[in-house]
Design a protein around this ligand. Structure first.
Ligand SMILES: *[C@@H]1O[C@H](CO)[C@@H](O)[C@H](O)[C@H]1NC(C)=O
Ligand SMILES: *[C@@H]1O[C@H](CO)[C@@H](O)[C@H](O)[C@H]1NC(C)=O
Ligand SMILES: *[C@@H]1O[C@H](CO)[C@@H](O)[C@H](O)[C@H]1NC(C)=O
Ligand SMILES: *[C@@H]1O[C@H](CO)[C@@H](O)[C@H](O)[C@H]1NC(C)=O
Length: 746
């Protein structure tokens, strides 16, 4: 039986195009890593796989874990190319534990910093039992080796393995943000390896910060103002500007200029360009400011097109809403280079931060050396006048905040907190370019999601880690087309798309996955980048509308099933996606939950079925998109009362069963006779005293009832059609066999 594809139009509460407020997303599909074509890497006895460096030039992923660094094949991370151990020397471990730190956990070497240097070597730092240490490392001839020339890691790498930090290497210099002391109480952002430059240690610069990311933006390239590259630091910290009874945290972005060498007298060996600003990501459901957890720099073209994607979670766990906000580099630059400053005044002996309305010195405090400054005779930060330097030393905070693009989050979702984000770009069938976000969560999954004209679509949630361990790090390789994620217990890899897990044309098109389209000729969901240009017109993809009207109609399956009064009958119907609604009808009337019918996620149960329950049962799974309902699955069951003698359609089967029965009975009789003979012989020999009895009927009865194979199925889409009427005491094998089939299809 064929159903019309589009059932009816309109009347649905689905989001319409152009609606700006984001969906409180339900992922359309929930899938496992293995069904998505992923791989897991885990080394016996090694934990904390939370630092990664992509070396696409060498085809390896450098993975930093506790006391160990691995080089793994980028295409298949289960293929370990090399490994090097970096253990803490025993005396160091003892002294760490003597200072009150935990010997087993804290007094070990956690690899925290991994960067590529200009000469191809790598710079590595580890916590080394609360004694941060750095070293150079090379990967040559399939061999990973540390040079064992230990450098002091203070200020580059945290002492405490549980403390968050950020770092970046630019032109062979290491920029880092962490604590410089054992207690973890003195925060710093510094540049090192050559002459070191750092932040002033005062509350107005950094106050109890949590660092989350550092990004280099090449603003010096083709810059009309002769400006230079900058390094942006993302973090949250206690807000100095609010009078709040309790300490209130806010998100921030700070920046420094690449060429900053510090001041001559004021701000000697300190940043002359350190400025910071509040970063807002307004989530209506949360009252307190959301806090940034990770940031990804996405640049589709030259630096002026760059956008920062940040993930935010609520502070103080008051709500469960996480969000993604984006900030354009232009908006951030605008605030830093044109905005007003905040300044501290004393109100009744209490410090208060207000808008500065006096005159601002020239050159502008915090600005990099640009054409304007050069014209006035300032060629490096060391030349800057004291007035400019004192101003920025005392007023590093901007008055305004940076608002997200379009003034609101790109995505808000209730549930497990977001921990990390990467963004990939891909070209769709029609040539349009889309940014695909991969968001790591605290429950060990990654959300794949795209924004179509303000409408947020979560294409899938892929469960990466078996025991819901939080995703601690995400890395993207666009060249290999893979995503890498790390947690405390394992590292995994996952392809950016897996088109063949969509099972039908409607499923493939409704997914709105920019990587995939349905090929009407080869009859499969295919990767867009693998399509031959000549066959493009035969591929269906509809990202903005999810329009599946070119898809062939879903074929309905039709199954005849027998049941016996008093049995429980279960009829299967797979919804096909988390967004689909399953509807059941019996003889044309809708089925509702009652003490007879139980509608479950993918089955209808008829408890204690009686004669009156025979009839036509029809299940449809309907997914609504843009007000249009699409049928993604349809199954019809004809439920008949089982009666061998009167039902002609089961006659042959019954005959067959009766023949089997007869054969079995004969077999049992022969066996019984043989056994009797054996017993008699034993008696004759005098081994036995009491004879034993055997019942030959019990066994044979079990074969008479049970599960019938579907007698009739329509079309290739018969996955949902097989089912069993389960009789109280038998056919476990048959049931599990069927379930196995379903698992393979979905
Ligand atoms: C390292 O991993 C172990 C095992 O999951 C975990 O208990 C521990 O907290 C982790 N250590 C750090 C510093 O995250
Ligand atoms: C990945 O590498 C492992 C170990 O080298 C190997 O056993 C496995 O077959 C590889 N898998 C794929 C898909 O190449
Ligand atoms: C790998 O490097 C180590 C340390 O430099 C060296 O001792 C070892 O011989 C090297 N192994 C190979 C196969 O090159
Ligand atoms: C180190 O600093 C000196 C002067 O401050 C400079 O000349 C040199 O180029 C720097 N080296 C690197 C590797 O940046």
């Amino acid at each position: 039986m064929l159903f019309l594809l589009i059932l009816f139009f309109g009347g649905s509460a689905g989001l319409t195009s152009g609606q700006v407020w984001p969906l409180y997303g339900t992922p359309r599909k929930t899938v496992t890593l293995s069904s998505y074509g992923g791989h897991v890497f885990q080394e016996e006895g090694v934990w904390n796989y939370t630092t990664m460096l992509l070396r696409e030039d060498m085809g390896v992923l450098i993975l930093g874990a506790r006391e160990t660094i691995f080089a793994l094949d980028l295409n298949n991370i289960t293929d370990r190319k090399a490994m090097v151990k970096w253990k803490v020397i025993p005396s160091m471990r003892t002294s760490c534990s003597n200072k009150g730190k935990d010997f087993e956990t804290e007094c070990q070497n956690y690899i925290r910093i991994l960067h590529k240097m200009p000469d191809g070597r790598m710079y590595v730092c580890g916590t080394n039992a609360f004694n941060p240490t750095c070293d150079y490392m090379s990967y040559t001839h399939g061999n990973l080796s540390l040079e064992s020339k230990d450098h002091k890691g203070r200020g580059k790498c945290p002492f405490d393995p549980f403390q968050k930090y950020a770092s970046e290497v630019v032109d062979g210099e290491l920029y880092s943000a962490t604590s410089v002391n054992f207690l973890g109480s003195e925060p710093v952002m510094m540049r090192s390896l050559n002459e070191s430059i750092r932040t002033e240690y005062t509350m107005s610069w950094l106050w109890d910060p949590t660092f989350v990311g550092m990004k280099h933006v090449t603003e010096g390239e083709e810059n009309p103002e002769g400006d230079e590259d900058k390094i942006y630091l993302f973090f949250s910290e206690a807000a100095i500007e609010y009078d709040f009874y309790n300490k209130l945290d806010v998100s921030r972005v700070a920046r420094v200029c690449k060429g900053d060498l510090g001041g001559q007298r004021t701000l000697m060996k300190k940043w002359t360009s350190f400025q910071k600003v509040r970063l807002d990501c307004p989530v209506p459901q949360t009252k307190l400011p959301s806090l940034i957890q990770d940031v990804f720099l996405f640049c589709p073209g030259k630096w002026s097109t760059c956008v920062f994607y940040g993930v935010f979670t609520p502070q103080a766990d008051t709500s469960q809403y996480s969000a993604v906000c984006t900030y354009s580099i232009q908006d951030i630059r605008e605030v830093f280079s044109k905005g007003e400053f905040k300044t501290m005044v004393n109100v009744n002996f209490f410090p208060k931060w207000v808008t500065y309305d006096g005159s601002v010195p020239d050159p502008r405090p915090g600005a990099c050396i640009n054409n304007d400054a050069r014209q006035k005779g300032y060629f490096k930060s060391l030349d800057l006048p004291d007035k400019t330097l004192r101003f920025i030393r005392d007023r590093p905070l901007m008055d305004q905040a940076v608002e997200p693009s379009s003034k609101q989050p790109l995505l808000v979702k209730k549930g497990a907190a977001f921990t990390s984000i990467v963004v990939a770009s891909t070209t769709a069938l029609d040539g349009s370019i889309h940014q695909v976000m991969f968001i790591g969560t605290a429950s060990g999954s990654v959300l794949k999601s795209v924004n179509y004209n303000g409408e947020m679509v979560i294409i899938a949630e892929v469960q990466l880690f078996a025991h819901f361990e939080p995703v601690k790090i995400l890395r993207l390789s666009s060249t290999v087309g893979q995503l890498y994620a790390g947690s405390e217990v394992a590292a995994v890899q996952m392809p950016l798309s897996s088109c063949d897990h969509y099972t039908s044309c409607v499923d493939c098109v409704l997914a709105r996955d920019p990587y995939c389209g349905w090929d009407l000729i080869s009859y499969g969901c295919v990767a867009i980048n693998s399509i031959h240009p000549d066959t493009r017109s035969e591929v269906v993809q509809s990202l903005r509308d999810g329009n599946a009207s070119r898809c062939p109609a879903v074929e309905s399956t039709n199954t005849i099933k027998f049941f016996y009064p008093g049995n429980m009958v279960s009829l299967l119907c797979e919804p096909g996606s988390n967004l689909a609604q399953v509807q059941w009808h019996v003889n044309g009337h809708p089925v509702e939950n009652s003490n007879v019918y139980q509608i479950q996620h993918n089955t209808l149960l008829i408890l204690n079925a009686s004669e009156s329950h025979a009839g036509h049962y029809n299940c449809t799974s309907v997914e609504t998109i843009k007000g249009v309902d699409y049928m993604t699955q349809s199954a019809t069951y004809e439920l008949r009362l089982g009666d061998f003698m009167t039902d002609p359609s089961v006659q042959p089967l019954v005959q067959e069963q009766q023949n089997t029965l007869l054969a079995l009975k004969v077999l049992v009789i022969i066996l019984t006779l043989m056994l009797l003979a054996l017993v008699a012989w034993n008696f004759y020999k005098g081994y036995f005293a009491i004879p034993k009895c055997f019942n030959s009927d019990e066994e044979s009865q079990q074969k008479t009832s049970g599960c019938q194979e579907p007698l009739q199925t329509g079309g290739r889409n018969n996955a949902a059609s097989k089912a069993c009427s389960s009789n109280s005491n038998n056919n476990h094998n048959r049931l599990s066999g069927n379930q196995h089939n379903e698992d393979q299809v979905f």
